[in-house]
Design a binder for this molecule. Structure first.
Ligand code: ADP
Ligand code: MG
Length: 240
């Protein structure tokens, strides 16, 4: 599904965020990326959907190399969720979900006129999937953190992506809400066969919910293991 070859990225100022990352992610896999702050997790995910320009290396999506021409299609097939949810506060949950159908060129102005009845039904279906149908017409800022992230997930899945990039989706949530979000991601992964790459801080959550875990430190992969094989020694390689 995803193949990354010798990916390098250095930011202005000289920070080497990625130092030659090689990684394959299989279709339908739930991969967690563990690593301390600054290890390059966000840069890795953002490189895949073109939010970050890479310096060198190659990324393949469904066996096709991502370039300028292919990127829009990759973006269409890829959903993203964020630590801070990135919702529009004064919009209802359903309208936030509908923004997931917009590409960057259309934006908000037109949204209230543009969406068809079918699209609104799709948005309600996505909210139902995340268990928030009853909050569809609540403003985003009336919702709890966990509920806001569920809206974020609904917004990501409304366009039926084949890949979901989750950048520390539970870092702003309490443990109970974090568990709920992780099990929701797992459900989406299994039911809709959406491949997931999920940045995490917590080893326990990674071990419990993912199929495979990679450990990142200073822009390099330190281990790559099945979640069931993860142990203290692996973890000590990234958290010293
Ligand atoms: N836009 C940027 N400009 C300069 N340095 C950056 C930028 N984004 C990230 N970095 C640096 O790159 C490194 C990796 O960052 P990041 O990918 O955000 O790590 P993580 O998500 O694991 O915390 C860090 O040292 C960070 O400070
Ligand atoms: Mg990050």
């Amino acid at each position: 599904m995803i193949e990354i070859k010798n990916l390098k990225k250095t930011f202005e100022g000289g920070t080497e965020a990625l130092r030659g990352v090689d990684l394959k992610v299989n279709k339908g896999e739930f991969l967690s990326i563990l690593g301390p702050s600054g290890s390059g997790k966000t840069t890795l995910l953002r490189s895949i959907n073109g939010l970050e320009n890479i310096d060198s290396g190659e990324i393949f999506f469904d066996s096709e190399k991502i370039n300028k021409i292919y990127l829009p299609e990759v973006q269409k097939k890829t959903g993203m969720i964020f630590q801070e949810f990135n919702l529009v506060n004064n919009l209802s949950a359903i309208n936030n979900v509908l923004t997931g159908l917009l590409n960057s060129s259309s934006k908000f102005l037109s949204m209230f006129y543009l969406f068809t009845k079918d699209q609104k039904l799709e948005a309600l279906k996505a909210l139902e999937t995340v268990g928030l149908l009853d909050k569809a017409y609540n403003r985003a800022d009336e919702l709890s953190g966990g509920q806001r992230q569920r809206v974020g997930i609904a917004r990501a899945i409304i366009k039926k992506p084949s890949l979901l990039l989750a950048d520390e989706p539970v870092a702003s949530l309490d443990p109970k809400a974090a568990d709920l979000i992780m099990s929701l991601l797992k459900k989406i992964n299994k039911e809709f066969k959406i491949t997931i790459m999920c940045n995490l801080h917590q080893t326990e959550l990674a071990a419990q919910y993912s199929d495979r875990i990679i450990g990142l430190l200073d822009g390099a992969i330190m281990f790559d293991k099945l979640a069931s094989n993860i142990n203290r020694t692996s973890i000590n390689q990234i958290y010293k």
